[in-house]
Design a protein around this ligand. Structure first.
Ligand code: KG4
Ligand code: ZN
Length: 337
Protein backbone atom coordinates (compact mmCIF):
# COMPACT_ATOMS: atom_id res chain seq x y z
CA UNK A 1 0.00 0.00 0.00
CA UNK A 2 1.34 3.41 -1.01
CA UNK A 3 0.47 6.44 1.09
CA UNK A 4 1.06 10.07 0.35
CA UNK A 5 1.89 11.90 3.60
CA UNK A 6 1.48 15.65 4.05
CA UNK A 7 2.96 17.69 6.92
CA UNK A 8 2.48 21.42 7.59
CA UNK A 9 2.06 21.74 11.37
CA UNK A 10 4.83 24.25 11.99
CA UNK A 11 7.57 25.67 9.80
CA UNK A 12 8.34 22.85 7.39
CA UNK A 13 6.18 22.06 4.38
CA UNK A 14 6.69 18.38 3.65
CA UNK A 15 5.30 15.53 1.59
CA UNK A 16 6.41 11.95 1.07
CA UNK A 17 5.32 8.69 -0.50
CA UNK A 18 5.83 5.63 1.70
CA UNK A 19 4.98 2.02 0.96
CA UNK A 20 3.54 -0.27 3.68
CA UNK A 21 4.51 2.19 6.40
CA UNK A 22 8.25 1.78 6.06
CA UNK A 23 9.60 1.85 2.48
CA UNK A 24 10.30 5.50 1.77
CA UNK A 25 9.92 6.20 -1.94
CA UNK A 26 10.30 9.97 -1.62
CA UNK A 27 10.63 12.52 1.17
CA UNK A 28 10.51 16.22 0.24
CA UNK A 29 10.94 18.88 2.95
CA UNK A 30 10.84 22.61 2.31
CA UNK A 31 12.02 24.42 5.41
CA UNK A 32 10.85 27.94 6.20
CA UNK A 33 13.62 28.56 8.71
CA UNK A 34 15.10 31.46 6.69
CA UNK A 35 11.73 33.26 6.75
CA UNK A 36 11.44 32.99 10.55
CA UNK A 37 15.10 33.68 11.38
CA UNK A 38 14.70 37.49 11.65
CA UNK A 39 12.01 36.95 14.32
CA UNK A 40 13.91 34.38 16.42
CA UNK A 41 11.16 31.76 16.13
CA UNK A 42 8.23 30.62 13.98
CA UNK A 43 5.69 33.37 13.21
CA UNK A 44 2.29 31.65 12.72
CA UNK A 45 1.00 33.98 9.98
CA UNK A 46 4.21 33.74 7.96
CA UNK A 47 4.15 29.96 8.37
CA UNK A 48 0.62 29.53 7.00
CA UNK A 49 1.22 31.88 4.09
CA UNK A 50 4.39 30.11 3.08
CA UNK A 51 2.75 26.66 3.36
CA UNK A 52 0.04 27.90 1.03
CA UNK A 53 2.60 29.00 -1.55
CA UNK A 54 4.70 25.84 -1.65
CA UNK A 55 2.50 22.93 -0.59
CA UNK A 56 1.25 21.90 -4.04
CA UNK A 57 4.73 21.99 -5.65
CA UNK A 58 6.06 20.00 -2.65
CA UNK A 59 3.33 17.36 -3.07
CA UNK A 60 3.94 17.22 -6.83
CA UNK A 61 7.68 16.78 -6.26
CA UNK A 62 7.11 14.00 -3.72
CA UNK A 63 4.89 12.14 -6.21
CA UNK A 64 7.34 12.71 -9.07
CA UNK A 65 10.35 11.51 -7.08
CA UNK A 66 8.41 8.40 -6.08
CA UNK A 67 7.51 7.90 -9.73
CA UNK A 68 3.88 7.69 -8.62
CA UNK A 69 0.75 9.38 -9.90
CA UNK A 70 -1.86 10.62 -7.45
CA UNK A 71 -4.24 8.05 -8.92
CA UNK A 72 -1.80 5.31 -7.87
CA UNK A 73 -1.61 6.15 -4.15
CA UNK A 74 -3.88 4.08 -1.90
CA UNK A 75 -4.56 6.75 0.73
CA UNK A 76 -3.59 10.25 1.83
CA UNK A 77 -2.31 10.84 5.35
CA UNK A 78 -2.05 14.32 6.82
CA UNK A 79 -0.95 15.84 10.12
CA UNK A 80 -4.13 17.24 11.65
CA UNK A 81 -2.93 17.72 15.25
CA UNK A 82 -1.27 19.35 17.19
CA UNK A 83 0.41 22.43 15.76
CA UNK A 84 -0.16 26.01 14.65
CA UNK A 85 -3.80 26.04 13.61
CA UNK A 86 -3.36 28.15 10.48
CA UNK A 87 -0.43 26.02 9.37
CA UNK A 88 -2.30 22.76 10.01
CA UNK A 89 -5.33 24.02 8.07
CA UNK A 90 -3.26 24.38 4.90
CA UNK A 91 -2.14 20.72 4.95
CA UNK A 92 -5.54 19.43 6.02
CA UNK A 93 -7.30 21.49 3.33
CA UNK A 94 -4.99 20.26 0.59
CA UNK A 95 -5.22 16.63 1.77
CA UNK A 96 -9.03 16.79 1.81
CA UNK A 97 -9.16 18.36 -1.65
CA UNK A 98 -6.83 15.70 -3.08
CA UNK A 99 -8.73 12.90 -1.32
CA UNK A 100 -12.04 14.17 -2.69
CA UNK A 101 -10.77 14.80 -6.22
CA UNK A 102 -8.88 11.50 -6.53
CA UNK A 103 -11.39 9.50 -4.42
CA UNK A 104 -8.80 8.35 -1.91
CA UNK A 105 -9.21 7.51 1.77
CA UNK A 106 -8.04 10.28 4.10
CA UNK A 107 -6.17 9.57 7.36
CA UNK A 108 -5.50 12.21 10.04
CA UNK A 109 -2.23 11.69 11.90
CA UNK A 110 -0.98 12.94 15.27
CA UNK A 111 2.27 14.83 14.72
CA UNK A 112 3.88 13.92 18.06
CA UNK A 113 3.10 10.22 17.70
CA UNK A 114 4.61 10.45 14.20
CA UNK A 115 7.87 11.80 15.70
CA UNK A 116 7.99 8.64 17.85
CA UNK A 117 7.33 6.45 14.81
CA UNK A 118 10.11 8.25 12.90
CA UNK A 119 12.68 6.71 15.24
CA UNK A 120 11.92 3.16 14.18
CA UNK A 121 9.93 3.28 10.95
CA UNK A 122 12.62 1.46 9.00
CA UNK A 123 13.35 -1.26 11.58
CA UNK A 124 11.54 -3.72 13.84
CA UNK A 125 9.22 -2.12 16.39
CA UNK A 126 10.53 -1.43 19.91
CA UNK A 127 9.66 -4.09 22.51
CA UNK A 128 6.61 -3.27 24.63
CA UNK A 129 6.22 -1.55 26.96
CA UNK A 130 8.40 1.37 25.96
CA UNK A 131 8.73 5.01 26.91
CA UNK A 132 8.97 7.72 24.26
CA UNK A 133 10.41 11.20 24.63
CA UNK A 134 9.53 13.78 21.98
CA UNK A 135 11.65 16.92 22.17
CA UNK A 136 11.25 19.62 19.54
CA UNK A 137 10.70 23.32 19.03
CA UNK A 138 7.03 22.94 19.91
CA UNK A 139 6.80 19.85 22.11
CA UNK A 140 8.40 18.16 25.11
CA UNK A 141 6.36 15.09 25.94
CA UNK A 142 6.98 11.75 27.63
CA UNK A 143 4.71 8.88 26.62
CA UNK A 144 4.22 5.41 27.93
CA UNK A 145 3.39 2.89 25.22
CA UNK A 146 1.96 -0.46 26.40
CA UNK A 147 0.24 -1.40 23.15
CA UNK A 148 1.31 -0.71 19.56
CA UNK A 149 0.46 2.86 18.51
CA UNK A 150 -1.29 3.70 21.80
CA UNK A 151 0.42 6.55 23.56
CA UNK A 152 -0.38 7.58 27.12
CA UNK A 153 1.09 10.92 28.10
CA UNK A 154 2.98 10.76 31.40
CA UNK A 155 4.93 14.01 31.20
CA UNK A 156 4.80 17.34 29.42
CA UNK A 157 6.31 20.77 29.66
CA UNK A 158 4.48 23.30 31.75
CA UNK A 159 5.93 26.24 29.82
CA UNK A 160 8.51 26.29 27.02
CA UNK A 161 9.36 23.32 24.82
CA UNK A 162 12.92 22.00 24.91
CA UNK A 163 13.88 23.39 21.48
CA UNK A 164 12.21 26.68 22.31
CA UNK A 165 14.39 26.93 25.44
CA UNK A 166 17.47 26.21 23.31
CA UNK A 167 16.41 28.93 20.86
CA UNK A 168 15.70 31.49 23.60
CA UNK A 169 18.93 30.78 25.48
CA UNK A 170 20.84 31.08 22.18
CA UNK A 171 19.16 34.45 21.63
CA UNK A 172 20.46 35.65 25.03
CA UNK A 173 23.96 35.07 23.64
CA UNK A 174 23.09 36.43 20.16
CA UNK A 175 23.82 33.05 18.59
CA UNK A 176 21.12 33.26 15.91
CA UNK A 177 18.08 31.08 15.11
CA UNK A 178 17.62 28.17 15.37
CA UNK A 179 19.83 28.07 18.44
CA UNK A 180 19.75 24.33 19.18
CA UNK A 181 22.37 23.19 16.65
CA UNK A 182 24.67 26.14 17.53
CA UNK A 183 24.50 25.53 21.29
CA UNK A 184 25.11 21.83 20.66
CA UNK A 185 28.23 22.64 18.60
CA UNK A 186 29.65 25.28 20.96
CA UNK A 187 28.96 23.14 24.05
CA UNK A 188 31.50 20.63 22.84
CA UNK A 189 34.28 23.13 23.57
CA UNK A 190 32.92 24.22 26.96
CA UNK A 191 33.08 23.03 30.55
CA UNK A 192 29.68 21.63 31.52
CA UNK A 193 30.42 22.23 35.22
CA UNK A 194 31.37 25.92 34.77
CA UNK A 195 27.87 27.04 35.82
CA UNK A 196 25.59 25.06 38.15
CA UNK A 197 22.22 25.19 36.35
CA UNK A 198 19.40 23.04 37.74
CA UNK A 199 17.74 20.44 35.44
CA UNK A 200 14.34 21.52 34.10
CA UNK A 201 12.27 19.07 36.15
CA UNK A 202 8.96 20.33 37.46
CA UNK A 203 9.18 18.32 40.69
CA UNK A 204 10.72 15.23 42.22
CA UNK A 205 7.92 12.78 41.43
CA UNK A 206 6.54 13.58 37.98
CA UNK A 207 7.93 13.41 34.47
CA UNK A 208 6.83 17.01 33.84
CA UNK A 209 9.24 19.75 32.82
CA UNK A 210 9.58 23.46 33.33
CA UNK A 211 12.18 25.22 31.21
CA UNK A 212 11.40 28.78 32.25
CA UNK A 213 13.45 28.62 35.48
CA UNK A 214 16.49 27.30 33.63
CA UNK A 215 16.14 29.96 30.96
CA UNK A 216 15.92 32.68 33.62
CA UNK A 217 18.93 31.22 35.46
CA UNK A 218 21.00 31.53 32.27
CA UNK A 219 19.78 35.09 31.78
CA UNK A 220 20.62 36.07 35.36
CA UNK A 221 24.04 34.46 35.02
CA UNK A 222 24.67 36.56 31.91
CA UNK A 223 23.27 39.87 33.16
CA UNK A 224 24.41 39.57 36.79
CA UNK A 225 20.80 40.15 37.99
CA UNK A 226 20.14 38.28 41.26
CA UNK A 227 23.91 37.83 41.62
CA UNK A 228 24.46 40.49 44.31
CA UNK A 229 25.25 43.30 41.90
CA UNK A 230 27.87 41.32 39.96
CA UNK A 231 28.81 42.90 36.63
CA UNK A 232 27.36 41.27 33.49
CA UNK A 233 29.44 38.42 32.07
CA UNK A 234 31.80 39.26 29.25
CA UNK A 235 30.54 36.95 26.52
CA UNK A 236 33.86 35.84 25.06
CA UNK A 237 34.17 32.54 23.21
CA UNK A 238 35.11 30.50 26.30
CA UNK A 239 32.33 31.93 28.46
CA UNK A 240 29.78 31.28 25.72
CA UNK A 241 31.04 27.71 25.30
CA UNK A 242 30.85 27.19 29.08
CA UNK A 243 27.31 28.62 29.24
CA UNK A 244 26.25 26.36 26.33
CA UNK A 245 27.82 23.26 27.91
CA UNK A 246 26.37 23.94 31.37
CA UNK A 247 22.90 24.71 29.98
CA UNK A 248 22.99 21.60 27.80
CA UNK A 249 24.08 19.41 30.71
CA UNK A 250 21.12 20.63 32.79
CA UNK A 251 18.69 19.99 29.91
CA UNK A 252 19.99 16.52 29.15
CA UNK A 253 20.13 15.41 32.78
CA UNK A 254 16.55 16.66 33.26
CA UNK A 255 15.27 14.85 30.14
CA UNK A 256 17.09 11.68 31.18
CA UNK A 257 15.81 11.75 34.77
CA UNK A 258 12.20 12.33 33.67
CA UNK A 259 12.39 9.59 31.04
CA UNK A 260 13.96 7.08 33.45
CA UNK A 261 11.27 7.83 36.01
CA UNK A 262 8.68 6.88 33.39
CA UNK A 263 10.73 3.79 32.44
CA UNK A 264 10.75 2.60 36.05
CA UNK A 265 7.03 3.25 36.48
CA UNK A 266 6.16 1.37 33.26
CA UNK A 267 8.72 -1.42 33.62
CA UNK A 268 9.74 -0.35 30.10
CA UNK A 269 12.14 -2.33 27.95
CA UNK A 270 13.04 0.43 25.52
CA UNK A 271 13.30 4.19 25.07
CA UNK A 272 12.33 5.93 21.82
CA UNK A 273 13.35 9.53 21.15
CA UNK A 274 11.95 11.84 18.47
CA UNK A 275 11.74 15.49 17.41
CA UNK A 276 14.18 18.18 16.32
CA UNK A 277 16.20 18.03 19.55
CA UNK A 278 16.73 14.28 19.06
CA UNK A 279 19.57 15.44 16.77
CA UNK A 280 21.37 16.78 19.85
CA UNK A 281 24.72 15.06 20.35
CA UNK A 282 24.61 15.14 24.16
CA UNK A 283 21.07 13.72 24.26
CA UNK A 284 22.10 10.91 21.92
CA UNK A 285 25.27 10.17 23.90
CA UNK A 286 23.82 10.26 27.42
CA UNK A 287 20.75 8.20 26.54
CA UNK A 288 22.97 5.68 24.72
CA UNK A 289 25.22 5.34 27.79
CA UNK A 290 22.34 5.00 30.20
CA UNK A 291 20.41 2.52 28.04
CA UNK A 292 23.54 0.36 27.71
CA UNK A 293 24.04 0.47 31.47
CA UNK A 294 20.45 -0.58 32.14
CA UNK A 295 20.09 -3.07 29.28
CA UNK A 296 17.34 -1.01 27.59
CA UNK A 297 16.92 -0.84 23.83
CA UNK A 298 17.25 2.70 22.44
CA UNK A 299 15.64 3.93 19.22
CA UNK A 300 16.91 7.21 17.74
CA UNK A 301 15.77 8.71 14.43
CA UNK A 302 18.25 9.38 11.63
CA UNK A 303 19.24 13.07 11.55
CA UNK A 304 16.96 13.71 8.55
CA UNK A 305 13.96 12.26 10.44
CA UNK A 306 14.50 14.29 13.64
CA UNK A 307 12.92 17.38 12.10
CA UNK A 308 9.43 17.52 10.63
CA UNK A 309 8.96 15.40 7.51
CA UNK A 310 6.22 13.77 5.46
CA UNK A 311 7.57 10.20 5.61
CA UNK A 312 6.76 9.81 9.30
CA UNK A 313 3.19 10.99 8.53
CA UNK A 314 2.72 8.62 5.59
CA UNK A 315 4.35 5.84 7.64
CA UNK A 316 2.24 6.22 10.76
CA UNK A 317 -0.80 6.98 8.58
CA UNK A 318 -0.53 3.48 7.11
CA UNK A 319 -0.74 1.88 10.57
CA UNK A 320 -3.53 4.22 11.68
CA UNK A 321 -5.52 3.39 8.57
CA UNK A 322 -5.10 -0.36 9.27
CA UNK A 323 -5.97 0.11 12.91
CA UNK A 324 -9.02 2.35 12.79
CA UNK A 325 -9.91 2.95 9.15
CA UNK A 326 -10.09 6.22 7.27
CA UNK A 327 -11.40 9.60 8.41
CA UNK A 328 -14.11 11.43 6.55
CA UNK A 329 -14.01 14.90 5.06
CA UNK A 330 -15.05 16.49 8.36
CA UNK A 331 -11.45 15.92 9.51
CA UNK A 332 -10.36 19.14 11.19
CA UNK A 333 -7.15 20.83 12.28
CA UNK A 334 -6.74 20.54 16.05
CA UNK A 335 -4.08 22.85 17.51
CA UNK A 336 -3.72 21.11 20.87
CA UNK A 337 -2.62 17.58 21.69
O1 KG4 B 1 10.98 19.09 15.25
P1 KG4 B 1 11.34 20.49 14.85
O2 KG4 B 1 11.82 20.70 13.44
O3 KG4 B 1 10.16 21.48 15.04
C1 KG4 B 1 9.02 21.26 15.76
O4 KG4 B 1 8.21 20.36 15.40
O5 KG4 B 1 8.85 22.00 16.74
O6 KG4 B 1 12.44 21.01 15.89
C2 KG4 B 1 13.07 22.26 15.77
C3 KG4 B 1 13.78 22.53 17.09
C4 KG4 B 1 14.39 23.92 17.17
O7 KG4 B 1 13.98 24.53 18.36
C5 KG4 B 1 15.90 23.65 17.17
O8 KG4 B 1 16.65 24.60 17.92
C6 KG4 B 1 15.96 22.28 17.81
O9 KG4 B 1 14.85 21.58 17.30
N1 KG4 B 1 17.20 21.56 17.47
C7 KG4 B 1 18.14 21.21 18.37
C8 KG4 B 1 19.19 20.61 17.65
N2 KG4 B 1 18.85 20.59 16.32
C9 KG4 B 1 17.61 21.18 16.23
N3 KG4 B 1 18.17 21.38 19.70
C10 KG4 B 1 19.26 20.93 20.34
N4 KG4 B 1 20.31 20.36 19.72
C11 KG4 B 1 20.32 20.17 18.39
N5 KG4 B 1 21.37 19.59 17.79
ZN1 ZN C 1 7.69 18.31 14.92
Amino acid sequence: MKLLGIESSCDETAAAVVEDGHRVLSDVVKSQVDLHRPYGGPVPEIASRSHLEVILPVVEEALARANTKLAEVDAIAVTNRPGLVGALLVGVGVAKALALAARKPLVGVDHIAAHVYAAWMEQSPPPLPYVALVVSGGHTVVYRCDRPFEFVEVGNTMDDACGEAYDKVAALMSLGYPGGPTIDRLAQRGNERAFAFKPPLADRESSDFSFSGLKTAVRYQITGENHKGRAPLVLDDITIANLCASFQRAVVEGLLAATLRAVDAAGARAIVIGGGCAANSAIRMRFTQECQRRGLALFLPSFARCTDNGSMIAGLGYHEWNRRGADDLTLDAIPTS
